[in-house]
Write a protein that binds this ligand. Structure first.
Ligand code: ADP
Ligand code: ZN
Ligand code: ZN
Length: 734
């Protein structure tokens, strides 16, 4: 029998492990599992992770690993097991899943970074020299601050403007020095919150009573005090000496949110999001790994945070689309958090004003506890919703006269107005009024299906929102040379233009990805406005996150775009959006009004929402899904293929379909295969797109079929001429 070897997961697109002999002079031991190791791979050198130790599959030609990158395992028990489960569930290479779970420096094989914070201290020489420093200067003031003891840099940022040059000046004279201090030392004092109302109290107690794993849905409209419940649950978790992980959607992780958590919990709160520098992400990861970080608040990929002392996982806005990763390893952070919570034996708290239908279905079936907060916290009153029929009404930039009137009234009363439109740019289409030509993206259009380019910059530029292609607006129609090129439809830029002209006495702020590319851009814009009357025009960035206590009117302009869509989730998304946007109004003492402008005032979705609320809508919609055999009553997997030629993508999917059909064998559970068909977006960034949808009411049967078929699909000669991917539980079917 040959000696044990290392079974290594490598970040390569092959869904298997690779065997290596241990590095020179070492033996492979069970304790190596979870360590990163550098290995030769073809002519290259790669960093991988040891996931097992055992006899090699074939002893011949085994290569030797170069060196371990970690003295101790980086992935301990639960996280490694959960990630390997995720690799099986997404049918993705384990090495790629493990790499996805790591911040970039760790993925590249760098050592775990230090997790200390930096502080400044006065030296003995500095203490002696202090009295001789010129009074009133920054170095003198800094030295005085440091007299009482070292201060960390965060604290100095708050205490003394321009302390850094002063510190450099002191350090040159050896009067002060920079020292490492444990990050945990910088503990602010916890501030008390409001007294929980009876609904919150019941929820807090129900969560405290959970032992081990349980999924708990906390349903409550925006402003009903869910975050207060999270804060209490986290405090209980901290009191038991455990770590808490809080996931928030991309647009929900604001400086306001973090400040609230920090102020209330009395421990450092570590943030993890896409705007952090790589080194910073690695430091937070390391602090969680070592158990130093007790509360981690982050967006989607924070679900991969190691939690050696886990006590609680919270998922805020669990229905939010940003939890689904749309390329690479297509995981769903909410679903993976539930898997981890079960493996860790800790409660998972799912909060939302508009729970996903999947979650409501699980709650209805008794798999999740269902807690509700029925009132708004404090004395805020719910907004009043009205449907405004705009058929035959003269519209200005898409706004009816009544809408303009109510905006004006709200401003004159001193309130703020939110005008919501889910389209960035000036106009969605540029049209020739003489011949009907319209500007299409050359990289995303086919002869049968055009993808219009969005007009930006007041009409001067054309941008494709799907592939980013940009070009100048043509001076004349390329087909008929007419000068009558007209922007058609309404985007946020055009709304801003009209509103600024109509309401010239008040500020008009446009808030979309164009104006708030940086995370703090939005906070800065809103701080400038403060409580003053004014208008906010924006996309869904505005639907959640920032408190706007003086908001008294909300106008939703593009309701109709969501009412008729081929996507079976479109109704759910629209209902969530309408409820979330409405939730922005009337959070303060002033009652709010919400106006939905539509050409379809009788649409059942709108009436279900108004009469039965989100619950009523969800009941109707679940019944429709069940009748149609859509999730959550069926489980989907989507095989996508992209290629220079549509035929290449089609040929690959056809061959994959044949394999999937055969792989079942005569006794297999039936699986529906739809396609191959052209993807709803037929071409993007120059590649033709096709898809094959798999649907099955029985999840294990779907996975068994994929397991049986995928090796042969990977080996298809047609696979080499396409870029293909498998998306289990796809959220968007385009
Ligand atoms: P949600 O997370 O559901 O949107 P929050 O927890 O943010 O709700 O609460 C909304 C507002 O109401 C916040 O300003 C919060 O401080 C306040 N609030 C929450 N609970 C209470 C309470 N029990 N008494 C008074 N104010 C509260
Ligand atoms: Zn023309
Ligand atoms: Zn394009």
């Amino acid at each position: 029998m040959s000696a044990a070897c290392l079974r290594v997961a490598l970040p390569v697109p092959l869904p298997r492990l690779f065997d290596y002999l241990p590095p020179d002079g070492q033996t492979a031991a069970a304790g190596d599992v979870g360590r990163r190791v550098r290995v030769p791979f073809g002519p290259r050198e790669l960093a991988g992770v040891v996931v097992a130790v055992g006899p090699p599959e074939t002893a011949a030609g085994l290569r030797r690993a170069l060196a371990f990158a970690d003295p101790a395992p980086l992935f301990h028990g639960e996280l490694l097991d959960s990630l390997l489960w995720l690799a099986r569930y997404t049918h993705a290479p384990p090495g790629e899943v493990l790499a996805t779970a790591l911040p970039a420096p760790l993925r590249a094989g760098e050592p775990l970074p230090d997790t200390h914070a930096w502080a400044w201290a006065l030296t003995e020489a500095g203490a002696t020299a202090l009295a001789g420093l010129r009074r009133g200067t920054r170095p003198r003031r800094l030295a005085e601050l440091l007299q009482a003891g070292p201060l960390d840099e965060d604290r100095l940022d708050r205490e003394l403007d321009g302390w850094r040059p002063a510190a450099r000046s002191l350090s040159r004279r050896r009067f002060a020095e920079r020292v490492a201090v444990p990050a945990i030392a910088q503990t602010p004092a916890a501030q008390p919150g409001p007294l929980p109302n009876p609904g919150q109290q019941a929820a807090i107690e129900a969560i405290a009573a959970v032992e081990g794993f349980a999924a708990v849905l906390l349903e409550g409209i925006t402003g009903s005090g869910k975050t207060e419940v999270y804060l209490h649950a986290i405090a209980q978790c901290l009191a038991r000496g455990r770590q808490a992980l809080v996931l928030v959607p991309e647009i929900g992780l604001t400086p306001q949110t973090l400040a609230r958590f920090r102020a209330r919990l009395g421990v450092p709160v570590h943030a993890l999001h896409s705007n952090l520098a790589d080194g910073e992400r690695a430091r937070v990861w390391a602090a969680a790994w070592s158990g130093q970080a007790r509360v981690i608040v982050g967006t989607r990929s924070a679900v991969f945070t190691p939690l050696p002392d886990a006590g609680l996982i919270v998922i805020d806005e669990e229905h939010d689309g940003s939890y689904k990763q749309q390329d690479g390893i297509r995981y769903h952070a909410r679903d993976f958090a539930l898997v981890r919570g079960k493996a860790l034996g800790v409660p998972v708290l799912l909060g939302s004003a508009t729970p996903s239908l999947e979650t409501l279905h699980n709650a209805g079936a008794g798999r999740y506890a269902h807690l509700r907060l029925r009132q708004r916290a404090g004395d805020a009153s719910p907004p009043q919703v009205r449907i405004l029929d705009v058929r035959k009404r003269p519209l200005q930039a898409g706004l009816a006269p009544e809408t303009l009137e109510t905006i004006g009234a709200a401003l004159r009363e001193g309130g703020q107005v939110l005008v919501f439109k889910n389209r960035r740019g000036y106009a969605p289409v540029l049209l020739c009024h003489d011949c009907g030509w319209s500007a299409q993206c050359p990289r995303c259009s086919t002869p049968l299906q055009g993808t219009p380019m969005t007009v930006h910059a007041g009409g001067g530029r054309l941008v494709c929102h799907h592939c980013g292609h940009r070009q100048a607006r043509p001076p004349a129609c390329p087909d008929c040379a007419s000068l009558a090129l007209q922007p058609q439809g309404i985007g946020t830029e055009r709304l801003e233009e009209l509103l600024a002209e109509r309401f010239a006495d008040w500020p008009v702020l446009r808030i979309d990805r164009g104006t708030t590319a940086r995370r703090d851009g939005l906070a800065r814009l809103l701080a400038e406005l403060g409580q003053k009357p004014g208008i906010l025009v924006g996309t869904q960035i505005l639907a959640k996150g920032h408190d706007l206590p003086n908001l008294t009117r909300v106008v939703v302009v593009g309701v109709d775009e969501g009412l008729f869509s081929t996507d079976f989730r479109a109704g759910e998304k629209l209902a969530q959006l309408l409820v979330q946007v409405a939730g922005r109004a009337g959070r303060a003492q002033r009652p709010g009004q919400v106006w939905w402008q539509t050409h379809h005032p009788d649409h059942p979705l709108l009436h279900a929402l108004i009469q039965g609320g989100y619950d009523g809508f969800a009941r109707d919609e679940l019944a429709l899904r069940q009748a149609a055999g859509f999730p959550p009553f069926a489980h989907l997997a989507l095989l996508r293929a992209e290629a220079q030629q549509a035929e290449a993508a089609g040929a690959f999917l056809q061959a994959a379909r044949d394999i999937l059909l055969e792989a079942g064998g005569p006794a297999a559970a039936p699986i529906d295969l739809h396609g191959p068909i052209t993807a709803p977006m037929a071409r993007r960034a120059g590649l033709y797109r096709m898809q094959l949808l798999l649907s099955c009411p029985h999840r294990p049967a779907l996975h068994a079929r994929l397991d049986a078929a995928l090796p042969a699909i990977h080996a298809l000669p047609q696979a080499r001429r396409t870029r293909w991917s498998l998306d289990v539980d796809p959220v968007d079917l385009y």
